[in-house]
Design a protein. Sequence first.
Length: 170
Amino acid sequence: MLNKKVAALLNEQINKEFYSAYLYLDFANFYADKGLDGFANWYQIQAQEERDHAMLFYQYLHNNNETVTLEAISKPDVKMDALMDPLKAALAHEEFVTESIHTIYAAAQKVHDYRTMQFLDWFVKEQGEEETNANGLITKMELFGSDPKGLYMLDNELGARVYSAPSLTL
Ligand code: FEO
């Protein structure tokens, strides 16, 4: 059995990851409506990755004989007008998720739950990559987004992203 507080935080993280998936699907919607299928593809894949993250937390709790409680997933609430809006919101959201992972890590560390700390190590690294990607997209949009040809090429680049399953297996 895991420490009660650690288990509760892990359970909450399932919801946060599913919310992330829902949020990114909403971003994909926004770009699809604008005719930017490459951006839409990028966020559809991002949504798939978030679902994978949720399932890793779900499976980890099950593997440790914990009860999983699924809560309601909130409606995505990011206001999107400019093409940059989802990109900036994605960075802010990833920073929020990083904070959340660190909070669980600190709670696990406090009770010497080395197993959970090791499980979370993958997510700590993943969050670093997610923030780098989110930052990189903002920079590219600032550089090329106002030029139609630049935007077209950026959309093509993002359209080439393909889904790959997470490297962490449980
Ligand atoms: Fe599940 Fe984008 O962090």
